[in-house]
Design a protein around this ligand. Sequence first.
Ligand code: FE2
Length: 292
Amino acid sequence: MALLPASTCRRLRFIFQTLIKYLHGFVNETDLTTDEWMAAIQFLTRVGQTCTPLRQEMILLSDVLGVSALVDSLNNPVEGDATENTVLGPFYTDDTVHIANGEGIASEGKGDYMYVEGQVLTTEGGPIPGAIIDTWESDSDGFYDTQYSNRSHPDCRGRLRSADDGSFGFRAIVPVAYPIPGDGPVGELLLTMNRHNMRPSHLHMMVEAPGYHKLVTAFYPEGCKFIQSDSVFGVKKSLVVKLEQIDDDDEARKRGFPVGASFKLMRLKIVMLTNEQFKYYRAKNAKSKETV
Ligand SMILES: [Fe+2]
């Protein structure tokens, strides 16, 4: 192993000493048997063996244990009306389609129509122009484009920039609930714990602008039956949004939907922290003195 800087070594020692302290406490409190510890070791071994370049069972384990969501929350403190962060999930890819404002991210037939419109703002309410907005979602069958072995091009994902007044808009599809992979050891764990493996319907979004802290988030339409029991704990109250039902020919044509008069409308207000604000709030909320 390469030589690590002294501050990193100090932090590593602190992390491992704390982990060992809680691990010993866990073994004592549960009065763990030899067979149970061996079963745990075999389970973790199978989690590792299930990983491939395309499948990350270890991250899935961290997700269903709520550790990914907790680490994300600790590292992205909530401040004022700044938009909250949430888990990135395994389906983001840089291979996307660049679109102009008002264009679509999903090909025809991928799901029911939805139009997303909003504004990227500072905490003072000023517009953030030129913000890069990445967005992605599953199709109406609950699969991301990257889950299809015959994927030839990006679908249900796109990248656009906010306009001078911070506004943006694009055609998408109404998100649906979908299962996380349940055919491996993590799926068995959920079954044993009497938990389902569903994620509530959501639209992912990642927003970047020079001078602002990168935002990784998702928006959850209200009313999904899995919203209170997300298998990876990604839902936050402030990220639950209402979808409006629009039934108007003119509105549908104006937004570029080719057929019918009906679509859902998702309205968003995205508030970003500056890098300085983020640094200040992160330090203020730090739980440990032994931070890096
Ligand atoms: Fe997702």
